[in-house]
Design a protein around this ligand. Structure first.
Ligand code: URA
Length: 410
């Protein structure tokens, strides 16, 4: 067996055997296969897919590449949530505190940005001092204390996915359903939660572009969940327009705080209430409506915001230092009218070009860069109103932006 035969077999549209999958991925992890050959195999998988057996085998291999977390010492229901990623998706920072404030533990192992979509770890690390590389015993003790903690994938939890994920990010191979399914579920299963909620984002600003692909992904994930005896619930939610007002890292932390304080209402708030209600319903075996009432009460009485403050404090973050760069430019409405669309894809690309994401594995994110929208779809604006503000790297020249490439009006 050799890697070129395996790449060629997948390129020609054939299913790989368990042994071939093991050979390619194991040797990549052990650095016996270089990035360029794995990139080629990933591209062949991206184009020709993987069947259910290949996908479950890859999930299993990812899972077995490292340790799994044992959360059995935590005497409370444990529900994890994952989003397949979108532009401005800061839901974890909002939902985790809400759900934890209601007695359901949220053990979150999160990733960095992938493609044009941001990652929770990058967002949280934009809070000065915030530590995401928690050791297992600290993660467990923070979960026992706060009911919510976020850690990056440590080197011994699903190390194979971490390596593959970073390579997919920079090789145009993010949008493959079997790679998405195995990446997400291996991490969720290794993370030790009893139940898992997956928010599958669908649209031009998401990894999954069409409803039919989203349904396929949902089916694969539920089937993999059954194999591991974990309840997997999925929601299919739109991602054509950015989620909420902020796109970037610190800008998103600021928006998450505003939502938790009840100061910002947008489709983001509605989605967070929906996701949190599902998690509370799964964790406490309540009906969705009863769980929703609890979620709304936790937002209303400030307990969800307080949980966020405790969570950030206990992971070392200093919320007083969450400031944006001073190098900024306002983009103005070119005409009077009602906003018909805001392109999530274009906004994601713009945020990366400002310094909020990576084009290459080694790129450093500048946490104070990003975009803050001032108006959302459906709102009326007048010519000259500020549509959005771009925050660039200090000293950098901000790009020329034609608002008509980002917004349409009617
Ligand atoms: N999130 C992940 O963890 N992996 C993917 O492949 C996509 C989204």
């Amino acid at each position: 067996m050799n890697i070129i035969e395996i790449i060629t077999k997948k390129k020609n549209g054939y299913a790989l055997t368990d042994e071939e999958i093991d050979y390619a991925f194991q040797n990549y992890l052990n650095e016996k296969i270089p990035d360029y050959q794995m990139s080629s195999l990933l591209m062949a998988i991206c184009i020709n897919g993987m069947n259910y057996d290949e996908t479950t085998h890859l999930t299993d291999l990812f899972l077995r590449s490292g340790d799994t977390l044992d959360l059995s010492s935590i005497d409370a229901p444990k529900v994890d949530k994952h989003s397949t990623g979108g532009i401005g998706d800061k839901t974890t920072m909002i939902i985790g505190p809400i759900v934890a404030s209601l007695g359901v533990v949220v053990p979150k192992m999160s990733g960095r940005g992938l493609g044009i979509t941001g990652g929770t770890i990058d967002k949280l690390e934009s809070i000065p001092g915030f530590r995401t590389n928690l050791k297992e015993d600290e993660f467990l003790s923070l979960l026992k204390k706060n009911g919510f903690a976020v850690t990056s994938q440590t080197s011994n939890l699903v190390p194979m996915d971490r390596k593959i994920y970073a390579l997919r990010d920079v090789t145009g191979t993010t949008e493959s359903l079997p790679l998405i399914a195995s990446s997400i579920l291996s991490k969720k299963i290794a993370g030790g939660a009893d139940k898992i909620l997956i928010d599958i984002k669908v649209g031009e600003g998401a990894l999954v572009k069409t409803m039919s692909e989203a349904i396929k992904l949902s089916d694969i994930m539920k089937k993999i969940g059954e194999k591991y005896k974990k309840e997997v619930r999925t929601l299919l939610t739109p991602m054509d327009t950015p989620l909420g007002y902020a796109i970037g890292n610190r800008v998103e932390v600021l928006e998450a705080m505003a939502v938790l304080k009840g100061e910002s209402k947008s489709p983001l708030t509605d989605l967070c209430v929906q996701l949190a209600s599902h998690m509370v319903s799964m964790g406490k075996n309540l009906s969705y409506d009863v769980a929703r009432d609890e979620v709304l009460a936790a937002l209303e009485d400030g307990s969800a915001y307080q949980k966020f403050v405790d969570f950030v404090h206990d992971q070392g973050g200093d919320l007083d230092q969450v400031v944006l760069n001073s190098n900024k430019v306002d983009i103005l409405a070119p005409c009077d009218g009602e906003i018909d669309s805001i392109s999530a894809l274009k906004m994601g690309e713009l945020a990366i070009s400002l310094g909020a994401g990576r084009l290459q594995k080694e790129d450093e994110i500048d946490p104070g860069t990003g975009i803050m929208l001032h108006h959302l779809v459906g709102e009326k604006v007048q010519k000259g109103d500020v549509l959005f503000t771009m925050y660039g790297k200090e000293e950098a020249l901000l790009p020329f932006v034609d608002p008509n490439e980002y917004y349409t009006f009617k």
